[in-house]
Structures are given as C-alpha cells and as structure tokens.
Write a protein that binds this ligand. Structure first.
Ligand code: SF4
Length: 102
C-alpha cells in the first residue's frame, strides 16, 4: 500500500514536470548570453550590461525594443529577432547588430 502510494506520487510528479516541459517547448525560448552567436555579437538581455569597451557603437538608450530587427510588439517584454532564429530576445537587450528603428 505504502509502496503503491509512493509510485503514484512519483508518477504524478513526473507527469507534472513533463507538462511543464512541453509547455515551455511550445513557446520560443529566450536567447541565452552563453549562446555562441550571442557571445559573438555581445548580446546582453539587459543592455546596461553591454561591454562598452568592446562594443563602442553601443549608446545608452539603445535596446532591442527600438531596434529595426525586433519583431515583438510595442510593450512586449521579449520578441523574435531574425539574428537569433526561433528564439526570443529581451526587449531590454542589445547586440552589436543593432539598427535603430526608423
Ligand atoms: S539585432 Fe536588434 S533586436 Fe536583435 S538582438 Fe540585436 S539589438 Fe536586439
């Protein structure tokens, strides 16, 4: 009895974690800064963390949200960017491919 109850709990926990995993898999995942492309372009999820010495073109106020390539809607916390296909960048992020929105 005790054992079958334990098995039920383990099974229920594994179903719950699978559901969480599937839920995340359906949404685009966020670009991680350790991603090779992100590192090459100096992407930071928080533009204030950009390495100013290495990426001298960065200017305060620049962020994915006001970049030409950002495909999220105004006010979105994150959105797709063609530089990182299939993933989402933070609206407050920045990378060296930044192009000011016209
Ligand atoms: S290209 Fe623009 S939207 Fe894409 S990560 Fe770089 S700054 Fe953000």
């Amino acid at each position: 009895m005790q054992s079958s109850r334990r098995q039920f709990i383990v099974l229920a926990a594994s179903i719950a974690s699978s559901a969480v995993f599937l839920g995340k898999a359906q949404a685009a995942s966020a670009v991680v800064e350790s991603d090779p492309t992100a590192q090459a372009l100096g992407y930071k999820a928080d533009a204030s963390q950009v390495d100013h010495a290495k990426f001298t073109k960065y200017q305060t106020g620049q962020a994915c949200a006001n970049c030409q390539l950002f495909q999220g809607k105004a006010g979105d916390a994150a959105g797709p960017c063609p530089i990182f296909a299939g993933k989402e960048v933070s609206a407050k992020g920045w990378c060296s491919a930044y192009v000011k929105k016209a």
